[in-house]
Design a protein. Structure first.
Lengths: 544, 167, 104
C-alpha cells in the first residue's frame, strides 16, 4: 500500500489549512456562495438535499485497516453513524456541518486521506480495478500508475477549472471490472510484443445524459511518457471542450464532435510539443511508487482445498470470491447489499468490523468496489470459513455478488438535490421481491443499476437491466433499460418503452427476468440471451 | 513572504501599481500601451500589447512573440479555465514579457495562475494583499512542473535539483 | 392559485447545513413553523441570504393541509422530513411512519 512521505503529508496538511481558511472566509462573508462553491466542491463538500455532504477520496479504491477505522470514527463523531460507498469507489457522509469540515479533513490527513478533488470541474479521484494486485488475470498491478496520476493531477494548476469534471480509470487486465471505457480517460496497462509495459488510452467515454463508449486513441504509450500523454489529452480538452452548455461540456462531446481521429491528431500534436517541456516525472518515481505495491508476505501454498460441507458457506464461496494470483489465496467480497438494505451504506460498527477482519485475514488491506461492496483482496483459503462466520454474524454475509440483489443504486431523491426520483426504495423492493420468489440464484449474473436522474451516478446505462428515475409531472416514474454492460464487452442499454410507477418497475424487472429464464440456452447469462433474442420478446412481455 | 512580494522592491518595480487594485511580480516598468485584440494585433504591425479572450487561439501569437511586451488574458468568469492553458503555452514558447490576468480574478485562483506563468494581475474587484500573500505561501511544494520555476516533489524525492527546471 | 396555496422560503443554515424554513421573523428546522411569505418571498430570501442567515434560499410552493404546509413537489417534502429510507433519521422520529406516508 502506498504510504505518504513528508512531501505528500505536507501537501495534504496545507490543503486542510487552506480549506479551513476558505470556510472561515465564507462564514465571515468574504466569499459569496458562488465563489465558495467551486472551492468547497474541490474538497468534496456539497450542499445536498438535507445538509452538507462530504465525499472522501479512496484513491483507486484501496484502504488500510487504520483508514477504514478512521472513516468509521468520522461517521460516529461528525455524522450520524454511517457512510455511503459510491460508484466512484469513494465514501460520502450525508450530515456534515460546514463548521466541522476543517476538523474532518484534519482527522483524515492523520491517516493519509483527504477529500481533494472529489468533486468540481477538475481531475477527480483515480479509480481502478478492485482486484488490482490480487487478480490472476492482470499483466501488472495498475495502482502504481493510478498513484502517479493521482500525484500529477493533485492541485494541477492548469486543469483545475476544466469545462466539466474529469474521471480517469486505470486497469491492467483484459477483463474490465472498473467500467474503464465509460470514463473520460480509460487507461489499460498492456504488454506489447516486445514484452514492455505501456498504456492504452481510451478517451471520451462517459455516462450521464449522453452516454458514450470511449474510443481507443493510442494503443501503446510508453510508461515513461504516460504523464505527458495525459497532459496532452487534458490540454486539448481544456482549450476546446465546450463551455457554453453544461450538458455538452464533458470530453466525450468534444471527442464526438471532432471525431476520434481529429481529437487524436490534436493530442498527438500537443504531445509532441510537450515531450520537450519536461513534464514527465523521473522514471525513478514510478519505480519508487511500485515498491509500495509489492506483494505482501503470502504463505507458501496453504491448504488449497476449501471444506465445502456447509452449504451456506459453499454458496458464499462460489458467489463472493474471486480467483487470486497466488495459490492458496482468494479475494473475498463483503456484500453491502443485504436484502431490503440500502446499497452501499455501512454503519460505523460495520466499518470497524471490516477493518478488523482485513487486519486478521487480508494483510490489513481493503478495497472499495464501484459496485458499492468491499473486498478483502488477499484471504488465505484456510481462513475463509472463519471470515465468513464473522461476516454472517454481522449481517454482512449475503452471498449475492453480481446477482440481481447486488444492485447499484445512487442516493437518489432520498439524499440528492439533483434527483428526479428515489433509487433506494426501488432497489430495496427489487431485492426483496427476488429473495422472496427465490429466483436470485437461478438468474445467476444479472447486473441491475439504478440512477435517480439522468446524471447516471447509478450507471443505469451500463446495467444488464438499468432503471432511470424521471419526474413525470411531479410524480416519480421509472424507465427500464436493457442490455448494457460496463465490462470488457461494454455496451449501452436501451430503453424498453414507456416508464413505470414505483411498484410497476418492480413487476417489470421480474417480467424481464422471466423472459430470460424461459428463453435462455445453456450457459447464457441474462445479457447473452438479450443479445441473442433482442428487445422484442421483452417488450412483448412488458407492454403486450 | 510570497515570492515577488519582497519588501525590498519599490512599488513601481514590484507590485505595481498600474492602479490601486493591480498586483505585479516583475521588476521592469509596466507596459502602458492599450492591449488590442488578437485580430488587430496580427493585422497591425506595431502593437506591443494584446488581449486574449477565452476563445482565442494563443498560438496565433507565437510567430510574433519578440515584439510583444504585454499579454493580457481575460477571465470573464473565474470558472473558465482556458486562460491557464493559454498562459502556459506562451511561456512554453519562450514568451518572457508581462502576462497579466484580468477580469474575474480571485484570490483562491491566484496560486494556480502564478504557476501557469502569470506575473501580473488586474482583478475587477480588489484583492486583500494579506489573503494574496497567504494564498501564494500556502503550499510548501508542488507535485507537477508548470510554467514557474518550482521543482516538483518527484524531483526532490530523487535528488534532482533546480538544474532540471532551467530553461 | 387556490387560497390554500402558500409560498414558503427554504434554504440551508450556513454553518450546520440544516434545512430551514422562514417563520416570518426567523428560521426554523420544522416545516410546520413556516409561513406564507407571499409576494415578499423573493426579497426576504435575498435579504436573508445577504445577511448569511440562510444559504442558497429558494421558494417552495405549498398547500396548507391539516394545518401543516405541504410542499407541492416531492423533493421538498423529502427535504422537509429527511430520507424516506431512514425513518429513524426523519426530523420527527416519533411520527416517522406518518411523515413517510405524507411524503410519497
Ligand atoms: S444519478 Fe442523479 S439522483 Fe442519482 S446521485 Fe447522481 S445526480 Fe443524484
Amino acid at each position: 500500500m502506498y504510504l505518504y512521505d513528508q512531501y505528500d503529508q505536507a501537501m495534504v496538511d496545507a490543503r486542510v489549512a487552506e480549506f479551513r481558511d476558505q470556510c472561515q472566509r465564507r462564514i465571515d462573508g468574504k466569499l459569496t456562495e458562488d465563489q465558495f462553491k467551486p472551492l468547497r466542491l474541490m474538497n468534496g463538500l456539497y450542499l445536498q438535499l438535507h445538509a452538507y455532504m462530504l465525499r472522501v477520496a479512496v484513491p483507486y479504491g484501496t484502504l488500510k485497516s487504520t483508514q477504514m477505522h478512521a472513516l468509521a470514527d468520522i461517521a460516529d463523531k461528525y455524522d450520524r453513524g454511517y457512510g455511503h460507498f459510491t460508484t466512484r469507489q469513494n465514501i460520502q457522509y450525508n450530515w456534515i456541518k460546514l463548521e466541522d469540515a476543517g476538523d474532518i479533513l484534519a482527522d483524515l490527513a492523520k491517516v493519509e486521506m483527504h477529500a481533494i478533488q472529489t468533486s468540481g470541474n477538475c481531475i477527480r479521484n483515480i479509480s481502478s480495478d478492485h482486484f488490482a494486485g490480487a487478480a490472476a488475470d492482470e499483466v501488472a498491478d495498475p495502482r502504481p500508475y493510478a498513484e502517479l496520476l493521482r500525484q500529477w493531477s493533485s492541485f494541477h494548476p492548469e486543469f483545475s477549472y476544466l469545462p466539466r469534471k474529469f474521471k480517469i480509470c486505470v486497469i491492467a487486465s483484459d477483463r474490465d471490472r472498473a467500467a474503464m471505457k465509460l470514463h473520460d480517460i480509460g487507461i489499460q496497462i498492456v504488454r506489447n510484443d516486445a514484452g514492455e509495459l505501456g498504456a492504452a488510452f481510451y478517451v471520451g467515454g462517459g455516462m450521464g445524459r449522453t452516454p458514450m463508449i470511449a474510443p481507443l486513441i493510442r494503443d501503446f504509450v510508453p510508461l515513461d511518457q504516460l504523464i505527458t500523454y495525459a497532459e496532452a489529452c487534458l490540454r486539448v480538452y481544456n482549450r476546446y471542450g465546450r463551455r457554453d452548455n453544461k450538458y455538452k461540456a464533458r470530453i466525450k462531446i468534444l471527442v464526438h464532435e471532432l471525431g476520434a481521429a481529429e481529437y487524436t491528431r490534436q493530442v498527438e500534436e500537443e504531445f509532441a510539443h510537450l515531450l520537450d517541456q519536461g513534464v514527465e516525472p523521473p522514471f525513478a518515481e514510478l519505480k519508487r511508487i511500485r515498491t509500495f505495491f509489492e506483494d505482501p508476505a503470502f504463505a507458501q501454498s496453504s491448504a488449497a482445498e476449501i471444506d465445502r460441507s456447509d452449504p451456506d458457506f459453499a454458496l458464499w464461496v462460489d458467489r463472493n470470491t474471486h480467483p487470486h494470483k497466488v495459490e492458496g489465496y482468494t479475494s473475498a467480497v463483503i456484500s453491502l447489499k443485504p436484502v431490503g438494505g440500502i446499497p452501499g451504506d455501512a454503519s460505523a460498527e460495520q466499518m470497524h468490523l471490516m477493518a478488523d477482519l482485513a487486519k486478521d485475514y487480508s494483510f490489513d488491506e481493503l478495497r472499495v468496489m464501484h459496485t458499492q461492496n468491499i473486498v478483502l483482496p488477499h484471504v488465505a483459503k484456510s481462513d475463509l470459513h472463519a471470515l465468513w462466520t464473522a461476516l454472517e454474524d454481522a449481517g454482512l454475509g449475503s452471498p449475492n455478488l453480481d446477482t440481481v440483489e447486488d444492485i447499484i443504486a445512487c442516493p437518489g431523491l432520498d439524499y440528492c438535490s439533483l434527483a428526479n426520483a428515489r433509487s433506494i426504495p426501488v432497489a430495496q423492493k427489487i431485492s426483496e421481491r427476488f429473495a422472496a420468489t427465490g429466483k436470485t440464484a437461478a438468474l445467476g449474473e444479472l447486473k441491475l443499476k439504478i440512477s435517480g436522474c439522468i446524471n447516471a451516478c447509478g450507471h443505469h446505462h451500463a446495467g444488464h437491466i438499468g432503471i432511470l428515475g424521471v419526474d413525470r409531472k411531479g410524480v416519480e416514474n421509472y424507465q427500464l433499460l436493457l442490455g448494457g454492460s460496463e465490462a470488457e464487452d461494454t455496451a449501452l442499454a436501451k430503453i424498453t418503452g414507456p416508464g413505470f410507477s414505483e411498484d410497476g418497475i418492480v413487476d417489470a424487472v421480474e417480467k424481464a427476468a422471466d423472459v430470460y429464464l424461459s428463453a435462455r440456452e445453456d450457459g447464457e447469462r441474462f445479457l447473452d440471451t438479450y443479445r441473442r433474442i433482442g428487445m422484442a420478446p421483452f417488450k412483448e412481455a412488458l407492454y403486450g | 513572504m510570497a515570492e515577488g512580494l519582497s519588501s525590498t522592491q519599490t512599488p513601481a518595480e514590484g507590485r505595481g501599481p498600474l492602479d490601486a487594485t493591480s498586483l505585479r511580480f516583475r521588476d521592469d516598468d509596466p507596459v502602458l500601451d492599450p492591449a488590442v485584440t488578437v485580430d488587430a494585433f496580427t493585422a497591425q504591425g506595431n502593437a506591443v500589447a494584446v488581449r486574449i479572450e477565452p476563445g482565442d487561439d494563443v498560438r496565433e501569437l507565437l510567430p510574433s512573440l519578440d515584439r510583444l511586451a504585454l499579454v493580457e488574458i481575460n477571465f470573464p468568469t473565474f470558472g473558465d479555465g482556458r486562460g491557464y492553458s493559454a498562459a502556459r503555452i506562451l511561456r512554453e514558447a519562450g514568451y518572457r514579457g508581462e502576462l497579466r490576468a484580468v477580469g474575474d480574478v480571485l484570490v483562491d485562483q491566484i496560486a494556480y495562475l502564478r504557476r501557469c506563468g502569470f506575473d501580473a494581475f488586474a482583478p475587477e474587484a480588489p484583492l486583500d494583499p494579506d489573503d494574496v500573500a497567504a494564498a501564494l505561501d500556502r503550499f510548501p511544494h508542488v507535485y507537477q512542473p508548470a510554467a514557474d520555476e518550482r521543482n516538483p516533489i518527484w524531483n526532490l524525492r530523487h535528488g534532482k535539483g533546480e538544474e532540471l527546471r532551467d530553461e | 392559485m387556490s387560497e390554500n396555496t402558500m409560498m414558503l422560503i427554504t434554504g440551508n443554515d450556513l454553518l450546520t447545513g440544516a434545512v430551514i424554513w422562514w417563520t416570518g421573523s426567523d428560521w426554523s428546522v420544522h416545516i410546520e413553523d413556516a409561513i406564507d411569505a407571499g409576494d415578499a418571498a423573493e426579497s426576504i430570501a435575498a435579504e436573508q441570504e445577504a445577511a448569511r442567515k440562510v444559504n442558497v434560499p429558494y421558494l417552495v410552493e405549498s398547500t396548507m393541509q391539516d394545518g401543516v404546509p405541504r410542499p407541492n413537489h416531492i423533493k421538498d417534502r423529502v427535504r422537509a422530513l429527511g430520507p424516506t429510507v431512514r425513518p429513524d433519521l426523519t426530523i420527527k422520529p416519533d411520527t416517522a411512519a406518518n411523515a413517510i406516508r405524507e411524503i410519497v
